[in-house]
Design a protein around this ligand. Structure first.
Ligand SMILES: C[S@@+](CC[C@H](N)C(=O)[O-])C[C@H]1O[C@@H](n2cnc3c(N)ncnc32)[C@H](O)[C@@H]1O
Length: 495
């Protein structure tokens, strides 16, 4: 299928007078959704984290936050209690003609269904989609392995967009049914019956190529089709039939079992290293089925932005919400890299590019975000690369690679580069001498000539130690306060 021409976005940058699109909102979706007007989006997809999938662990694997988030959704009931007000808000912002997809798995799917029936109404439940997410390997299971996710599809009324999706026929089916090949063109076809099931059609009852039947078509139409080579008789006396070409068929309609979309593989180009990242093909299908060009797509738990990228590629308008500043930065980068969109307020105002709103920008907000997010925020604000492994970071939270030391292509991982400066981040009121001591140890161990230490403030002991370390070793520790970062707007430029 040819690529559709991208339709022009209105010059105001606002396809809807109700809401802004091409925006990533950082924050709790309950708060962010409350700011949206009623009935303003066409399609909602959500993929919220569940118990075992606590956000911060989910993002980078095992983290220091493990304990603090241990009991976040300690029970299914707590999860449903967390999700219910959010789903009520989502239902409110969905247009009357809109569609809603909730992605979950066996942990809570049955409870989610009941909750959604209550919010959307049982009558507006459309389909339970089973997405085969993985193929269980090995014999370590004492039961049937859970290999699928569940996606509940609801609409807000009976008047909704649904564009049927098709899968190409498989080879076995093609060989079995489309067994003829036209010698002149090489086109595959099958023979379709032209006889009429209604035997009481005197005007369609006639003899054609020596065979008398009740036909579907008039004699004239049959004759025309025969002359064009569309109606054929395989041998004398055989019932004439119509050629149905394979290349004119749409394929098999997609049903509720989706087994053709693999999970994001380790080597996949789209992979960002986010374990809960969903495949683009999955979001493509949902968006194509339940929206049209320029419709507005909302993902209120957008992670690394799969739904936003799919929506952008399909010429839909979109908005995303995620509570994690790190996720927001990851998806902004993805939109820049993959969709070649510019993150630029001025461009966005004239209808191009996108913006990220509500990233933490005050000392107060930064004190309140989880330590893991704080570390990432500070490292990224300095233009550094956060450590992927958050446990056992041995006094280093991130690394700055000076521009002069760009990665060598064949080395791949940044970690192999020789020139880098460590960054240590402490989300405490005052960085003290012991904090500096352990950073010095890390700098000595890694043999770094320069390092950055970020905190809200530094005690005078800490400052004295930094001077003494310079005198003794010639190594520089640069103390950077959050105020420095905020005042200089480094955060805005580099975040
Ligand atoms: C399972 S991930 C979504 C992955 C996404 N579908 C993708 O393909 O990248 C869930 C996301 O929900 C976000 N999240 C969790 N609680 C949230 C809340 N209350 N408001 C907004 N986002 C939230 C997490 O930060 C996480 O990025």
């Amino acid at each position: 299928m040819g690529k559709k021409k991208k339709s022009k976005t209105p010059s105001t940058g606002k396809p809807s007078s109700l809401i802004d699109t091409r925006v990533i909102f950082c924050g709790d979706n309950l708060d962010q959704l409350k700011k949206l007007p009623d009935e303003c989006v066409d399609l909602i997809y959500i993929d919220p984290p569940f118990n075992s999938n606590r956000n911060y662990e989910v993002f980078w694997g095992e983290t220091k936050e493990k304990r603090s988030f241990e009991d976040r959704h300690a029970s299914t009931q707590a999860y449903i209690d967390f999700m219910r007000p959010r789903c009520v808000e989502l239902h409110r912002v969905l247009k009357k003609t809109g569609s809603f997809y909730y992605h979950c798995d066996w942990h809570a799917s049955h409870y989610v269904k009941i909750m959604l029936d209550q919010i959307f109404g049982e009558n507006f439940f459309q389909t339970e989609i089973i997405w085969r997410r993985t193929n269980a390997k090995g014999l370590a299971f004492r039961s049937f392995p859970n290999d699928h996710d569940t996606i509940f599809y609801y609409t807000k009324s009976n008047d909704y967009t649904f564009n049927r999706q098709y899968l190409p026929h498989d080879e076995k089916y093609i060989n079995q049914f489309y067994k003829y090949i036209e010698p002149e063109t090489g086109r595959r076809y099958r023979l379709a019956d032209l006889t009429n099931p209604n035997k009481n059609r005197p005007n369609l009852t006639y003899e054609f190529l020596g065979v008398k039947r009740v036909w579907r078509w008039t004699k004239k139409r049959m004759q025309d089709a025969y002359e064009k080579g569309i109606v054929i008789q395989t041998k004398a006396g055989a019932v004439p039939a119509m050629k149905r070409y394979l290349d004119e068929q749409e394929g098999n309609p997609v049903d509720s079992i989706w087994a053709d979309i693999p999970p994001v593989q380790a080597q996949a180009q789209e992979r960002l290293g986010y374990p809960t990242q969903k495949p683009l093909a999955l979001l493509d299908r949902i968006i194509k089925a339940s929206s049209n060009e320029n419709d507005i797509v909302l993902d209120a738990f957008c992670g690394c932005g799969t739904a936003l990228v799919a929506a952008e590629n399909l010429n839909r308008q979109w908005l995303g919400i995620d509570i994690s500043p790190t996720s927001c930065r990851v998806m902004a980068k993805r939109l820049r890299d993959v969709c070649k969109m510019k993150e630029d307020e001025k461009l966005w105002r004239i209808g191009r590019g996108f913006v990220v709103r509500d990233l933490p920008r005050s000392e107060k907000q930064l004190r309140e975000i989880p330590p893991f997010e704080f570390e990432n925020w500070a490292v990224i604000a300095l233009g550094g690369v956060p450590n992927v492994a958050k446990v056992g970071d041995m006094g280093i939270d991130g690394r700055i690679y000076p521009v002069s030391a760009m990665p060598k292509k064949d080395k791949g991982e940044l970690g192999f580069m020789d020139v880098w400066y460590p960054i240590q981040v402490k989300q405490k009121d005052k960085v003290g001498r012991p904090d500096i001591d352990s950073f010095e140890a890390a700098m000595m161990r890694e043999d770094r000539s320069q390092g950055f230490f970020v905190g809200f403030a530094f005690s005078s002991d800490a400052m004295r130690e930094i001077q003494a370390f310079l005198k003794k070793t010639g190594k520089i520790i640069r103390p950077i306060t959050i105020k420095d970062i905020l005042d200089e707007q480094i955060a805005y430029k580099l975040a």
